[in-house]
Design a protein around this ligand. Structure first.
Ligand code: AMP
Ligand code: ZN
Ligand code: FE
Ligand code: FE
Length: 303
């Protein structure tokens, strides 16, 4: 099995890239993609450790995007030339937005009478890609909240008093950026778009017209019904099915590398070989390997 969605200390995971690869080796995973938010700073270390531990490491990234819709859209980039100058320039800009936003969040918290310092948040983030989980951890340290999820529920989630919007790339821009670096762009956790089946289908078709290559079918937050729906949507639209746990170590308790939440993530090796090949290879692989094929007896959610 493999895991195509993981985070390290380069963004908001709690394991270093090396420790993440070690854990993958211990769990018997043959490959992982490192998909930190807005940074590829952990990729070189993960690749080096992967060579030692015989775990294939796929250079990756996860980009938050601004789009015209109700929920959150994240685009995963796989197999990209991670040292590409244009990519580095855009990621540096995105991390600058993150840093500025973290400062605004801290200011809002202080206005609310919740004491937390930007220096501490920055220290927790380790100087790479700052995110709300780092602010949440600082709040936990000062005893302002009892758990990380309480920090989101009380302060950091959209609509809560310390929420600050983050400047992001547009959806087309994000997909084109991944493409321009030779990577495959994949829509992460489609459920977070918060669209009904028909609207999701239209949105994914639009993303495909920009060059989207795949759809994240397996994810820790997807129900079995959603896995089934997204699998059929991917097949129907000629997109690659992908999947991963979205492992963040202690920053997302209950999510295990490779297996997700209560074993709800099971990503077969052939998903990865399909990414490396063209889309038609997906059905061939599925047929050959007894892999995931949509149940033809059920109506596709895409009309
Ligand atoms: P950011 O990149 O700063 O927007 O923060 C996104 C990160 O916060 C993701 O890794 C999410 O897993 C995490 N996150 C978002 N909402 C929650 C929540 N309600 N509880 C815990 N973590 C969350
Ligand atoms: Zn994260
Ligand atoms: Fe995400
Ligand atoms: Fe993620």
């Amino acid at each position: 099995m493999i895991d195509l969605h993981t985070h390290s200390t380069a963004s908001d995971g709690t394991l270093s890239p090396e420790a993440l690869v070690d854990l993958a080796a211990e769990k018997g995973l043959t490959a992982i993609a490192l998909t930190d938010h807005d940074t590829v700073a952990g990729v070189a270390a993960a690749l080096g450790r992967g060579a030692l531990r015989r775990v294939q490491v796929i250079p990756g990234v996860e980009l938050g995007v601004d789009w015209n819709g109700p929920g959150q859209m994240h685009i995963l980039g796989y197999n990209l030339r991670y040292q590409d100058a244009q990519l580095q320039e855009r990621l540096t800009w995105l991390r600058k937005q993150r840093r500025e936003r973290a400062g605004k969040i801290v200011t809002k918290l202080n206005t609310l009478g919740v004491g937390v310092s930007f220096e501490r948040v920055e220290k927790i983030a380790g100087g790479h890609s700052i995110g709300r989980p780092h602010v949440a951890r600082a709040l936990l340290e000062t005893g302002s909240v009892a758990t990380l999820s309480e920090a989101f529920a009380l302060y950091l989630a959209p609509g809560k008093p310390a929420y600050v919007h983050k400047q992001e790339l547009g959806d087309e821009e994000a997909i084109q950026l991944v493409k321009a670096c030779g990577g495959a762009a994949v829509l992460a956790h489609p459920t977070t778009l918060k669209l009904d089946a028909e609207a999701l289908c239209r949105s994914v078709e639009r993303l495909k017209s920009y060059g989207l290559r795949g759809l994240e079918v397996f994810w820790s937050g997807h129900s079995p019904e959603q896995v089934d729906d997204y699998q059929r949507l991917a097949y129907r639209l000629g997109l690659l099915p992908t999947g991963g746990s979205d492992f963040h170590g202690d920053n997302k308790p209950g999510i295990e590398l490779g297996t997700g939440r209560n074993n709800n993530v099971q990503v077969p090796d052939w998903f990865l070989s399909a990414i490396a090949q063209s889309c038609p290879a997906m059905s061939a692989h599925a047929a050959q390997n007894g892999g995931v094929i949509p149940n033809p007896s059920r109506e596709s959610i895409c009309h």
